[in-house]
Design a binder for this molecule. Structure first.
Ligand code: SAM
Length: 213
């Protein structure tokens, strides 16, 4: 299959023809091989306009939603980023291309190991993957310029807000188990301003400040 062509079509049809205009997001999504991050038997579906299963009842998010979340973070290349929910490692690879350093937290040991191996194989070195409850963030390495959460929560976890740097941005799906909205939270000293973006449906963030198992 001509994955390069499929990827270029994904960028044109699913991203540019919607509202993705950030040049860096379009560029990186045109380069990172999404098909390397999905199970071999569904590789031919990697550039479809939707989420796909990656095992352990988890999914790799729809390309458009990934692009929208990255665009909302306004990354310039100098940022220290915390990602919650490594999953396949696809979004982690995009973040590695767009920021200075990425800390990524995954609850599932097997997914974390596979993602780490795949990222190393593709040559990404500015990333550290940890296994743990991402709803509590990663206080030791904080503060972060940006935090991206790719699993849903009932409300924004306090530790994640606290681990944002001044002027930092957090993007996260907030709502019930079945329906959420993407929210972008910006920190201004001791104020956190929230803007609601589109309705989405993510798998739940299972943890202390997320949903119960
Ligand atoms: N961004 C990922 C990708 O590109 O493949 C997809 C992430 S998937 C939608 C959500 C991930 O969040 C799953 O891998 C799941 O195991 C993980 N997760 C759920 N609860 C978590 C928690 N408390 N801490 C860290 N990861 C968690």
């Amino acid at each position: 299959m001509d994955f390069e062509k499929l990827r270029a079509t994904m960028v044109e049809k699913q991203l540019k023809e919607r509202d993705i205009a950030d040049f860096r997001v379009l560029d990186v999504m045109g380069r990172v091989p999404r098909h390397e991050f999905v199970p071999p038997e569904i590789r031919h579906l990697a550039y479809r306009d939707g989420a796909l299963p990656i095992g352990h009842n988890q999914t790799i998010s729809q390309p458009y939603v990934v692009a929208l979340m990255l665009q909302a973070l306004h990354l310039s290349g100098h940022e220290i980023v915390l990602e919650i929910g490594t999953g396949s490692g696809y979004q982690t690879a995009l973040l590695c291309e767009m920021a200075a350093h990425v800390y990524s937290l995954e609850r599932n040991n097997d997914l974390a190991e596979h993602a780490a191996a795949r990222l190393a194989q593709l040559g990404y070195e500015n990333v550290e993957i940890y296994v743990g409850d991402g709803s509590q963030g990663l206080a030791d390495m904080s503060p972060y310029d940006a935090i991206i959460v790719s699993a849903s929560v009932p409300s924004v976890p306090g530790p994640l807000r606290a681990q944002l740097r001044q002027n930092g941005r957090l993007i996260i799906p907030v709502g019930t188990r079945n329906q959420q909205h993407l929210e972008i939270v910006r920190r201004d000293y001791d104020r956190w301003d929230t803007e609601r973006l589109i309705p989405v449906r993510f798998v739940p963030l299972i943890g202390r400040y997320g949903f119960d198992e």
